[in-house]
Design a protein around this ligand. Structure first.
Ligand SMILES: N[C@@H](CCC(=O)N[C@@H](CS)C(=O)NCC(=O)O)C(=O)O
Length: 217
């Protein structure tokens, strides 16, 4: 069996699958996609992901993009790691709900926040500020939903007792808010949750390999 290969860039959306690979603990390979030199828009990379986005996972002959799909595939191919609830259970349904929410609601709004200029005409500085401010305020409400979920699940993880791929995903997205006026870490339960995530050896290994410096969240 060939080792799975993750195409990544530090602190990008590749962070969640990187943590999942560390949690699984099987050998894997990291391939740096040099965003500084626009390598994610190169013909070679576009053959892997026509969207020109990071990450991509190569698993044997299979090439997969979309972070949530990659995390799910990693959980499915390492069932012994218990990173997703059993199929066809209410817990699995809840898990799907949160995975979709993380990727198509929180993550996509964060992307609007980070690239507001894509939503207005070139040179519309006031428009950029407005889009960013609206995205930040929307993200605040979404973080509150995560806070409520930790309250109702009782923690320590998003689904309660069972750690799953949702946790690396939520950790990554919360980390992206660290420069906000009200970052995720300032919410009571989310703050403790992020510290629990940071204490996991898999997360520590990922931070070291990606060469990231404090503050981590
Ligand atoms: N829905 C995609 C989004 C991935 C994404 O936006 N990746 C960012 C890095 S965090 C990227 O490659 N951005 C480059 C760009 O937008 O040109 C996924 O989850 O894989």
């Amino acid at each position: 069996m060939t080792a799975k290969k993750l195409f990544y860039y530090p602190s990008n959306a590749s962070m969640a699958p990187h943590i999942v690979l560390e949690e699984i603990g099987q050998p894997f390979e990291l391939v740096l996609v040099d965003r500084k030199h626009n390598e994610h828009k190169s013909a070679e990379y576009l053959r892997l992901n026509p969207n020109g986005l990071i990450p991509v996972l190569a698993d044997g002959d299979m090439v997969l993009y979309e972070t949530a799909a990659i995390c799910l595939h990693l959980a499915d191919t390492s069932p012994e790691s218990d990173l997703a609830p059993k199929l066809a259970t209410p817990e699995r349904a809840e898990f799907y709900k949160w995975l979709m929410w993380l990727t198509n609601t929180l993550q996509s709004t964060l992307i609007v926040y980070f690239y507001p200029e894509r939503w207005v005409d070139v040179g519309n500085v006031a428009g950029v500020d407005q889009v960013r401010a609206h995205a930040e305020s929307k993200i605040g409400a979404l973080l509150e939903q995560l806070e409520q979920q930790l309250q109702s699940s009782g923690g320590p993880w998003l689904l309660g007792d069972e750690y799953s791929i949702l946790d690396p995903y939520a950790f990554m997205l919360c980390r992206w808010t660290r420069g906000f006026t009200q970052p995720a870490r300032e919410r009571a339960l989310l703050g403790q949750y992020l510290q629990r995530m940071l204490a996991r050896p898999a997360v520590q290994r990922m931070l070291k390999t990606e060469g990231l410096a404090a503050p981590f969240v």
